[in-house]
Ligand binder design. Structure first.
Ligand SMILES: Cc1cc2nc3c(=O)[nH]c(=O)nc-3n(C[C@H](O)[C@H](O)[C@H](O)COP(=O)(O)OP(=O)(O)OC[C@H]3O[C@@H](n4cnc5c(N)ncnc54)[C@H](O)[C@@H]3O)c2cc1C
Length: 381
């Protein structure tokens, strides 16, 4: 079996594969290294938008499509308009990111791009072998963002919820939206024993992305998402609108131990590596942070399974998901008490996994004690 050798092979050229390649491209340490990026899709479409919060201009500032300084949290019993400061809420369109990243990577002499399907990755003594539809390749360091949902769907130890959503970018003939304020979560919709809310990103007073999001175990029929969006728009007296674009998505929410599938020569990255924040589904900003840490780690030439992903935040996420999966209708109450009892800055710092112990105590105190203590005891014993 003839194999081409590389220093690093990245399987999957989506968000995490491209972010890792971009970090390598920008770092002189990798100047004389040979990198192979294998991606199955020939053409990229605008298949998703990424939103995240950030304090300063970040590494992708030049492709940020829109950003906001104010947000609104709404629930039947309580509401809050708040400034995002010191953060800004940002949105990057998938197509802009793919165009930007592939252009940079194509221009980089050390990175080869291969359009092929990865069929297997096998560990050997001195490296891993990647078998693709276009041949075999080997490297001492292989990264894979190819997700294998069966791994977490076919186990019982960790609950798995899905964050599933349908978003419509709509235009209206009248001035309808507050253009400088996102609706971060609007729980003032029928909960039907499920955590569900609306999310609005306005681009102008008459154009916005309106998204219906659920955190629950099962997906719905397509018509149910559409019905909920129509009812919400009607409830908001938005009756005349044109749907310009539509985005459906599903993100796994689980504290499953993805690390166990890593080995000396193979590291899973992105959603496949457990880089999706289990309690919120946010992945993009965390992937930027993780790929930065990974590039620094690679310079130490240590076994890849020593790159640890799990920490105390996995345990917090696990408890939250334990509670949310057992009391799926309690999401509105949990998020309301979170926002009622903590400043947005503390909440975003906690979700960014940069909180102090004091922040964490405050966050924990804001949740209903009984169900969280029961979940904690169940996990501990
Ligand atoms: C619609 C949508 C919207 C989202 N919005 C947000 C958001 O606003 N904020 C946020 O933080 N997160 C968001 N996420 C979650 C997360 O950021 C994305 O899913 C992100 O793309 C995950 O990156 P990844 O590299 O793990 O996977 P992907 O970006 O999906 O990349 C995996 C790549 O592997 C390729 N691949 C798969 N199998 C093979 C194979 N056998 N051979 C070769 N290539 C293969 C795929 O074609 C793909 O390009 C969203 C997710 C979706 C689906």
């Amino acid at each position: 079996m003839k194999r081409a050798s590389y220093d690093y092979i990245i399987c999957g050229g989506g968000a995490s594969g491209l972010l890792l390649a971009l970090q390598m491209e920008a770092d002189v340490y990798f100047k004389n290294k040979r990198v192979l990026l294998v991606e199955q899709q020939q053409q990229r479409s605008n298949d998703r938008t990424w939103c995240f919060w950030e304090k300063k201009p970040g590494i992708l500032e030049e492709i940020v499509f829109h950003q906001w300084d104010h947000a609104f949290f709404n629930s039947p019993n309580w509401e809050s308009h708040f400034p995002m400061a010191p953060y800004r809420y940002k949105m990057i369109r998938g197509i802009d990111f793919y165009t930007y990243a592939y252009k940079k990577i194509e221009a980089c002499a050390g990175i080869d791009l291969l359009t092929a399907q990865v069929r297997a990755i096998t560990e050997e003594k001195n490296g891993a072998v990647v078998t693709t539809s276009k041949g075999h390749f080997e490297a001492p360091y292989v990264f894979s963002s190819i997700n294998t949902p069966e791994r977490y769907l076919e186990q019982k130890k960790y609950p798995v919820l899905q964050q599933h959503f349908l978003g419509w970018t709509i235009t209206t003939p009248t001035l309808t939206f507050k253009a400088d304020e996102i609706v971060f979560m609007d729980f003032d919709i029928p909960q039907k024993n499920t955590t569900q809310f609306m999310y609005i990103l306005p681009f102008s007073p008459n154009k916005a992305l309106v998204e219906y999001t659920l955190f629950s175990p099962q997906l719905l029929e397509k018509s149910a998402y559409e019905k909920a969006l129509k009812e919400y728009l009607n409830q908001k007296e938005i009756r005349q609108y044109t749907i310009e674009e539509s985005e459906f998505g599903c993100i796994p929410m689980t504290a499953y131990n993805f690390d166990q599938h890593n080995s000396t020569h193979l590291l899973h990255i992105g959603t496949a590596g457990g880089w999706t924040k289990a309690s919120t589904g946010y992945t993009f900003q965390k992937t930027i942070t993780k790929t930065q840490a990974l590039v620094a780690f690679l310079k130490q030439q240590r076994p890849l399974n020593e790159f640890k992903v799990r920490d105390k935040y996995n345990f917090y996420d696990l408890l939250f998901l334990d509670v949310l999966s057992q009391h799926n209708g309690a999401g509105a109450q949990l998020f309301r008490t979170l926002f009622q009892n903590n400043t947005p800055e503390t909440i975003f710092r906690f979700l960014d996994e940069q909180s102090s112990l004091w922040d964490e105590l405050k966050i924990m105190r804001s949740f209903p004690k009984r169900i969280f203590v029961a979940a904690l005891l169940k996990r501990l014993f």
